[in-house]
Design a protein around this ligand. Structure first.
Ligand code: FPP
Length: 241
């Protein structure tokens, strides 16, 4: 199941949502940040009696397609989860294959991504990856750093808990006084999906295309976003008091 979340699509709901129509207006704001869990490569391959790595290769093809579609939709930032810290627990051949595929894709696609105005960034623990991959990632981030068409964050060796550990280590290393540690400060050390809207589709990632993206965006635009708050008459909350 491919899952999509829209991160920070509006100004985090700071302007209070007073009515449904305002909420809809707020929803009409364009999606700024879209994050995708590229799930289903293995099942896509198995259904075709192919090795799982063939599914991951088809996943890269889908990723190329979706970067173009997201760019056409004027999405500012696309984040894709490509390899989690938990994925090291997969069979050695699959892990090696994913590493090779990541490296080969950077090498084969970097020039075109740069030409298309894509700004690449890596999220996750780079230092645990091979020196070749580290170099390729650093070079591609450096080459594309001034591009403005769309940002592409590739989460590779990324994990939510690993990110928390790294953030806390950095807060300590920065010598922060415990009294100054606030939600805002912690947020500034994290890449977070608080208040993102989630959308799940049965489409396996290698089959995901323009129409699936449009459906996900349409679903988002129809939602009423409340950021944990509700606006109902008091009587609806405490009747008879
Ligand atoms: C999840 O599907 C997918 C992955 C763990 C890997 C995704 C990686 C890519 C698409 C290629 C990475 C390369 C680049 C260039 C970013 P799954 O294997 O869990 O599928 P399943 O749930 O059907 O078994």
């Amino acid at each position: 199941m491919t899952k999509i979340s829209n991160l920070f699509p509006s100004s985090q709901g700071k302007e209070n949502v007073q009515s449904q129509s305002v909420a809809c207006e707020q929803n009409a704001q364009p999606v700024r940040h879209l994050a995708i869990i590229m799930d289903g490569n293995g099942r896509w391959a198995t259904k075709r009696h192919l090795p799982r790595l063939a599914g991951h290769k088809a996943g890269v093809t889908a990723l190329r397609r979706v970067v173009e579609c997201a760019s056409d939709e004027n999405i500012e930032m696309l984040s894709v989860y490509a390899f989690s810290t938990e994925n090291w627990g997969r069979p050695r051949a699959e892990v090696d294959g994913l590493m090779r595929l990541f490296w080969e894709t950077i090498r084969s696609d970097l020039e075109k991504l740069h030409r298309d105005g894509v700004r690449l960034r890596h999220l996750g623990r780079l230092k645990d990856l091979s020196p070749d991959i580290q170099r390729a990632v650093r070079d591609s981030v450096e080459l594309t750093r001034n591009n403005t068409r769309i940002g592409l964050n590739v989460c590779f060796n990324y994990g939510g808990r690993a990110e928390l550990v790294d953030a806390i280590r950095q807060i300590v290393a920065d010598g922060r006084n415990p009294e100054t540690i606030t939600e805002e400060l912690i947020s500034s050390y994290l890449w977070q999906s608080a208040y993102s809207e989630y959308y799940a589709t049965p489409t396996l990632w290698p089959d995901f295309g323009r129409e699936d993206l449009r459906q996900a965006l349409d679903s988002y635009y129809q939602r009423q976003r409340r950021f944990g708050r509700i606006t109902v008459p008091p009587a609806a909350v405490a009747q008879g008091e």
